[in-house]
Design a protein around this ligand. Structure first.
Ligand SMILES: NC(=O)c1ccc[n+]([C@@H]2O[C@H](COP(=O)([O-])OP(=O)(O)OC[C@H]3O[C@@H](n4cnc5c(N)ncnc54)[C@H](OP(=O)(O)O)[C@@H]3O)[C@@H](O)[C@H]2O)c1
Length: 273
């Protein structure tokens, strides 16, 4: 059985551990590291998983999942590097950190897979995009697909597309939350109590998402089906078009991609010449 260590059991790390257990992994096949002893004790009590220090975790696990904030990566790499035996698979969930950073700092030929997950991992509905580094094999990618498949969907992308993925599915949930918030405000304007407006909009969002995913319909066809001649929906669509909402969304996602590129440059700058 593959042993998996999650380094940094915060929001994303805990969600992954919980998903792996739900998918049938034994608690004895999982390990985690955490800085605060009270948090570590809480996780062991909840999930029955063993807490380890970084040196022990990287030595004993087959797959090392790095789930600390990107700004905490340097001290963690310092701790990992001298203890990591060769032949281990390192999976980074850290937004914006290139596989090269890990390859440069960890023992030669370490297989690294970079993942861009998103917050719906907290409810088992993540969208994760994975990219293999220079030494990651197809079997490594397949294993990561299986692990992350326990907390949502997984897609393989070239690492050069990770900034675009960050803008689309990484930030994507925030754009849907923003849209829902605006639609609830519209309900308030129309005299609907906030709680009722929230129920109406949230369930509409869930229903629309289910139709998109399970019904297999194209968004244009689904929208056309509820847009009848001289009806209510087309009156609303005209306003969306008048206010350039489509162009605003495209610009927003492009701006998020550009910001991701900019943040990633910080890690290129310390590459040796
Ligand atoms: N949340 C998201 O929406 C999202 C989406 C995509 C990607 N990600 C990526 O997922 C990663 C985790 O994000 P998160 O939201 O789960 O962050 P988080 O809740 O802050 O979790 C990170 C955890 O790692 C711990 N930690 C830091 N350094 C450590 C070390 N050296 N050894 C052991 N534990 C250590 C932190 O402990 P302390 O409490 O002591 O700091 C914290 O519990 C990030 O790299 C982020 O970029 C997150």
């Amino acid at each position: 059985m593959t042993t998996i260590a999650v380094l940094g059991a915060g929001k994303i790390g805990e969600s992954l551990l919980s998903g792996l257990l739900k998918a049938g992994r034994a608690p004895s096949d999982l390990l985690f590291t955490e800085r605060f002893p009270t948090r570590a004790a809480e996780l062991t009590k909840t999930y029955g998983i063993t807490h380890a220090d970084v040196a022990d975790a990287v030595q004993s696990a087959d797959v090392i999942v790095v789930a600390v904030k990107p700004q905490d990566i340097e001290p963690l790499l310092d701790e990992m590097a001298p203890n990591l035996p060769s032949g281990k698979l390192v999976v980074s969930l850290c937004a914006g950190l290139p596989t090269k950073l890990f390859e440069r700092r960890l023992p030669e030929s370490t297989a690294v897979v970079r993942v861009m997950p998103n917050t719906p991992m907290l409810v088992g509905e993540a969208m994760s995009a994975i990219s293999g580094g220079a030494h990651a094999s197809d079997a490594d990618l397949a294993l990561v697909e299986e692990l992350l498949g326990s907390v949502g969907m997984v897609v393989r992308v070239p690492e050069s597309q990770q900034d675009a993925v960050t803008a689309l599915s990484g930030s994507g949930p925030a754009y849907f939350f923003y849209l829902v918030e605006a639609m609830i405000d519209a309900g308030i304007l129309l005299g609907i109590p906030r709680a009722t407006a929230a129920d109406l909009i949230v369930q509409s969002a869930v229903g629309a998402a289910a139709m998109l995913r399970e019904g297999g319909g194209h968004p244009v066809m689904l929208r056309e089906a509820v847009t009848s001649p001289a009806g209510t929906t087309i009156a609303g669509i005209r306003e969306l078009e008048k206010h350039g909402v489509r162009a605003a969304l495209i610009d927003a996602i492009e701006a998020a991609r550009d910001r991701s590129v900019e943040l990633g440059k910080a890690h290129e700058d310390d590459e040796p010449a």
